[in-house]
Write a protein that binds this ligand. Structure first.
Ligand code: HEC
Ligand code: HEC
Ligand code: HEC
Ligand code: HEC
Ligand code: HEC
Length: 480
């Protein structure tokens, strides 16, 4: 202690008592169980948070569950601890009042250097704490943008989407790159709707299945086009479709088509083909009168040469049914690519793939029909399906032909395992996601159910001259 300090202390000798009172409060914190709890929680969580942060920055380990702990659980604990400390101090202070110490003695006195020291200490600690919290909040914000956070933290709700996503071409693209996109406005909207969703999950009031299409999805121009753009598409793409029938499980029917992917034609410098709808100077608008956007009575076009047209379906339902939603929408990527990453299968396609890859032995009579029947049966839970699919398939086969079932027992068990696998990739009874809950618009397989290109390309939408939106097979694909 310097001469000066001593002098000051002497000058204010009566401050001794006052100082003691204040000091007692601080020290008293240690004696109040609440205070000890607050101080320990804060100290432990700060220490673990700093350790977790350093470990993650140095790349010592990178485990999403530890991030969950570092960025969500520990900061919560730290804030709780920090709230407990002043609460304990306040309660302690009230006790001092009860024991008759005058309020004056409990005032903070800035001309008292001990008080100043205490305050400066408090300030320094707060700055350190707040800095750590800011770093954690920044890192934690990135963490809440990760696919792991979206897909796993809301595990049950998003399990179908996350599972399908993981085996899709976009499994390295973060959820937020399609669902939120860049910019502060959508960020704020997304976090607000995120909060609403968390409430819906906590109160168990979310819709099952989660409805598609997502009406407030960010326009694809701002998301997909960060990575794919119409000028980039060109030429044709050959695709092969293989299918079997119940009568012929061994010789596949093969369809090979060359899709006119189109987009920009470098020779004519024009936009054409399938990606014409989303090319620069073209605008296609359509009126949908149901939530799923499958019923389209009107289509408007503005072509690159400036001409405009409206196609109307003569007997189309012009108005939305009660409670349905009606909207004019500018066509973009997701009106065709509505399943770019949450890609669910058709049961028959998966079974045909099993026959082709021989995971289902095609020599077993009736196995295609029985597999389809089993895998589309209703099970109450995924666990139940996992247990029962194998035995159910076996039972059907035994009914069909006991001798054959015996002869191919091993193959039928193996087929059962394959069925469990495809079931678990596509069906979630708990959230009402079944085969065909989420259909794709890419193509015209499901035209009868209102999905795909033939919603407009049906030769029934006519303009004033009686021209229609063409269903000519050669418009979209030819034989390679
Ligand atoms: C490549 C872009 C893309 C990525 C990446 C992506 N989504 Fe989607 N998601 C979509 C589109 C497009 C739709 C809208 C489908 C529709 O309108 O029919 C959608 C719909 C959904 C839906 C509504 C239900 C449904 O299946 O239509 C949920 C829930 C969802 N996504 C969650 C996620 C989660 C969780 C992730 C990350 C694990 C993710 N998405 C990643 C494009 C994406
Ligand atoms: C962050 C970049 C990114 C975004 C955003 C993105 N994609 Fe992709 N997309 C990719 C990558 C990478 C691939 C895989 C390319 C490959 O496998 O060769 C891909 C592949 C595709 C394919 C081809 C799939 C196949 O079966 O080969 C389609 C179709 C597609 N994306 C559509 C979309 C649509 C629609 C959106 C918006 C909803 C979108 N993408 C958003 C990066 C992106
Ligand atoms: C009119 C419907 C339609 C629209 C609109 C559309 N696409 Fe496509 N797209 C298709 C079809 C059909 C294919 C070929 C299908 C297949 O590969 O199975 C395709 C293929 C693709 C591919 C793969 C190309 C390749 O060579 O393999 C990508 C990437 C893609 N689209 C992205 C987009 C993006 C991004 C948008 C929006 C800017 C968009 N598409 C708009 C129908 C459409
Ligand atoms: C919302 C309605 C709508 C849907 C859905 C739709 N189209 Fe179209 N399509 C149109 C209209 C309108 C035209 C232009 C007709 C005209 O100009 O006379 C068109 C034109 C085309 C053309 C010719 C482009 C050119 O070169 O001029 C192709 C190819 C095409 N569509 C393919 C598809 C494919 C493939 C799908 C499904 C994956 C699809 N369309 C879905 C409305 C639609
Ligand atoms: C508006 C565009 C369009 C028109 C018109 C069209 N198709 Fe297609 N077709 C598609 C697209 C897109 C796919 C690819 C779907 C996919 O990638 O899964 C397809 C796929 C197919 C397939 C393979 C699918 C399978 O499951 O085997 C066949 C076969 C086919 N089309 C036949 C036809 C015939 C026949 C016509 C004429 C009556 C026709 N298409 C008219 C767009 C069209």
């Amino acid at each position: 202690m310097s001469e000066n300090d001593k002098e000051q202390q002497d000058l204010h000798s009566d401050e001794g008592k006052e100082r003691n009172a204040w000091g007692h409060i601080v020290r008293g914190l240690w004696r109040s169980p609440l205070g000890v709890l607050g101080i320990s929680i804060t100290t432990i969580s700060i220490t673990l948070m700093v350790v977790g942060l350093i470990a993650e920055i140095l790349g010592l380990f990178h485990n999403p569950y530890s991030s969950l702990f570092t960025y969500l659980v520990l900061p919560g604990a730290m804030v709780l601890g920090l709230l407990l400390i002043p609460l304990a101090a306040y309660l302690r202070r009230r006790q001092w009042h009860k024991y008759g110490i005058s309020r004056d003695h409990l005032k903070i006195n800035l001309s008292n250097h001990k008080h100043r020291r205490f305050l400066i200490g408090l300030l320094v600690l707060s700055v350190i704490n707040v800095s750590i919290l800011i770093i954690i909040a920044y890192e934690g914000y990135h963490f809440t943008d990760s696919a792991f956070f979206c897909g796993v933290v809301c595990h049950q709700v998003m399990d179908p989407e996350y599972t399908a996503y993981q085996r899709s071409p976009h499994s390295r693209v973060k959820c937020v790159e399609c669902h939120i996109g860049p910019g502060a406005q959508f960020f704020v909207r997304a976090k607000i709707s995120g909060l609403r969703q968390v409430v819906a999950v906590l109160t168990d009031s979310y819709r099952r299945p989660i409805p598609a299409p997502v009406h407030e999805l960010r326009p694809a121009r701002d998301t997909c086009e960060n990575c794919h753009w119409p000028e980039k598409f060109a030429g044709k793409k050959v695709k092969t479709f293989v299918s079997f029938t119940n009568d012929d499980q061994e010789n596949p029917e093969t369809n090979e088509i060359a899709l006119h992917i189109g987009g920009h034609n470098p020779v004519t410098d024009k936009f054409e083909g399938i990606h014409w709808h989303v090319s620069n100077d073209v605008e296609v608008y359509y009126l949908a009168t149901d939530e799923k956007r499958t019923n389209i009575p009107r289509v408007r076009v503005k072509r690159a040469d400036g001409t405009e047209d409206e196609f109307v379906k003569a007997d189309g339902e012009e108005h939305a049914a009660e409670g349905e939603h009606q909207e004019w929408r500018r066509m973009d990527c997701i009106d065709c690519h509505n399943r770019p990453t949450h890609i669910y299968d058709q049961a028959d396609e998966r079974i045909d793939f099993g026959l082709l890859s021989k995971r289902i032995n095609p020599k077993i009579e009736g196995i295609r029909e029985d597999s389809l029947k089993t895998v589309t049966s209703k099970y109450a839970t995924r666990e139940e399906a996992q247990e029962k699919i194998g035995p159910d398939l076996m039972a059907l086969q035994q009914q069909r032909n006991p001798d054959q079932a015996k002869m191919y027992e091993k193959d039928i068990v193996q087929a059962g395992e394959y069925l469990v696998e495809i079931y678990l990739n596509n069906v979630w009874p708990e959230t009402a996601v079944d085969w065909g809950t989420y259909n794709s618009h890419l193509g015209h397989d499901l035209a009868d159910e209102g999905f795909g290109c033939w919603r407009c390309h049906d030769e029934e939408h006519e303009n004033e001259n009686g021209d229609t939106i063409s269903q000519d097979c050669a418009l979209c694909h030819d034989e390679p």
